[in-house]
Design a protein around this ligand. Structure first.
Ligand SMILES: *[C@@H]1O[C@H](CO)[C@@H](O)[C@H](O)[C@H]1NC(C)=O
Ligand SMILES: *[C@@H]1O[C@H](CO)[C@@H](O)[C@H](O)[C@H]1NC(C)=O
Length: 291
C-alpha cells in the first residue's frame, strides 16, 4: 500500500501531464486554423511578381511579320505593359522618318494602350559627339510632325558611362535636356540610360527616369543577384536585362527575383543576337509578367 503522500504526488503529476497535453492540443488547433485557410488561399493568390514592365529592345526590321510575336503578346496580355525600344539604324537613321515598313509597324504599336515606344540613341560611352546625340533626339521628335502616329514617348540612351568625370556628367545632362525639351515627343518623355551596370552615383541626373543597372548573362546575374537586391532606392527607376537563360531554368523564379530589384525587365534564353529575334522564352516571359 502506498503512502497517501505518494498518491497525492502521482495525482499531481497526472494533472500536470493532462494540462500539458491540453496545451499541445490547443496549439495544434490554432496552427491548423491558421494553416488550412493559408494553404487553400495561397496557391490561388498568384502574385509572385512585383508590378513590372517589359523593356523590349526590338532591334528587328519589321518585314514579313517579324514583329508579329510582339503584336500578338500585346493583344493577348492586355494587363502587361510594354516599353519597346525602336531602333531603325543603330539610332533613328538619317531620313526624317524611318523607311518602308517601319511607319505602319510603329503606328500599330503606338495604338495599343499597353505599349509605349522609345527611340534608341547610342552615346558610345560619351565618345560620340554630343551634337550627333542631340540631333538623333531631334530626329525622333520630328517623326510626330510628319505623322502623329509615329510619336515616341521617350529615349533609350545606350552605352552610357558608369564611371564618373565632369565631362561625362555634362554630356548626359545635355542629352537629357534635349529629350525633355523636345516638343515632338509624347509624355512622359521617358529617359532611360543603359550603362549595363551600376553607375557612379554622381552620374544620376534627376531627369533620368530609368537606369539599366544590369545587362548581361544569367550566369553573371546569379553572381550579382544579392548586390543588386541590396541597392538602395526605388525599383521603379531601375531596369535589369538578362540574356542566356539556360533552358532548364525556371523563368518564373528568375523574373520574380529580378522584379525585386527593378520594374523594367527583360529576360531571354537567347545567347547570341539577343535582341534580334524572339526567343523560345518570349511567350512564357510575357505570360508570367501578367500573373
Ligand atoms: C500599366 O500601365 C498602366 C497605365 O500607366 C498602369 O495604370 C498600370 O498599373 C500598369 N500595370 C502594371 C502591371 O504595371
Ligand atoms: C533645354 O531648354 C533649356 C531651357 O530653355 C535650355 O537652357 C537648354 O539649353 C536646352 N537644352 C537642350 C539640349 O536643348
Amino acid at each position: 500500500m502506498e503512502a497517501p503522500g505518494e498518491l497525492l504526488k502521482r495525482a499531481k503529476r497526472r494533472h500536470k501531464r493532462c494540462c500539458i497535453s491540453t496545451a499541445v492540443l490547443a496549439a495544434i488547433v490554432v496552427v491548423l486554423i491558421i494553416a488550412i485557410p493559408c494553404a487553400v488561399l495561397l496557391p490561388k493568390q498568384k502574385k509572385p511578381m512585383h508590378p513590372a514592365t517589359i523593356l523590349l529592345p526590338l532591334y528587328i526590321y519589321p518585314s514579313s511579320g517579324r514583329w508579329e510575336p510582339l503584336s500578338a503578346a500585346v493583344e493577348r496580355y492586355g494587363d502587361v505593359n510594354f516599353t519597346v525600344i525602336i531602333n531603325p539604324l543603330s539610332g533613328p537613321g538619317n531620313s526624317a522618318t524611318p523607311g518602308n515598313e517601319y511607319p505602319s509597324a510603329i503606328r500599330r504599336l503606338n495604338s495599343a494602350p499597353n505599349v509605349q515606344t522609345v527611340g534608341y540613341v547610342r552615346t558610345g560611352y560619351t565618345d560620340r559627339n554630343i551634337n550627333d546625340v542631340v540631333d538623333d533626339v531631334a530626329t525622333y521628335s520630328g517623326w510626330s510632325k510628319v505623322d502623329s502616329g509615329l510619336s515616341v514617348s521617350g529615349i533609350f540612351f545606350d552605352e552610357t558611362p558608369h564611371d564618373f568625370s565632369r565631362r561625362k556628367q555634362q554630356f548626359l545632362i545635355t542629352a537629357n535636356e534635349a529629350v525633355k525639351n523636345a516638343t515632338g515627343l509624347r509624355e512622359p518623355k521617358l529617359i532611360i540610360h543603359n550603362p549595363g551596370t551600376i553607375p557612379d552615383a554622381r552620374l544620376n541626373d534627376p531627369l533620368t527616369d530609368v537606369t539599366v543597372v544590369f545587362e548581361s548573362s544569367f550566369d553573371q546575374y546569379q553572381e550579382l543577384e544579392e548586390d543588386l537586391q541590396s541597392l538602395p532606392g526605388d525599383r521603379s527607376s531601375r531596369s535589369i536585362m538578362v540574356h542566356s537563360l539556360p533552358s532548364g531554368k525556371s523563368v518564373d523564379s528568375v523574373l520574380q527575383s529580378m522584379s525585386r530589384t527593378a520594374q523594367y525587365l527583360y529576360l531571354t534564353t537567347a545567347d547570341q543576337g539577343y535582341y534580334e529575334h524572339f526567343s523560345d522564352s518570349w511567350d512564357k516571359v510575357v505570360q508570367i509578367m501578367g500573373l
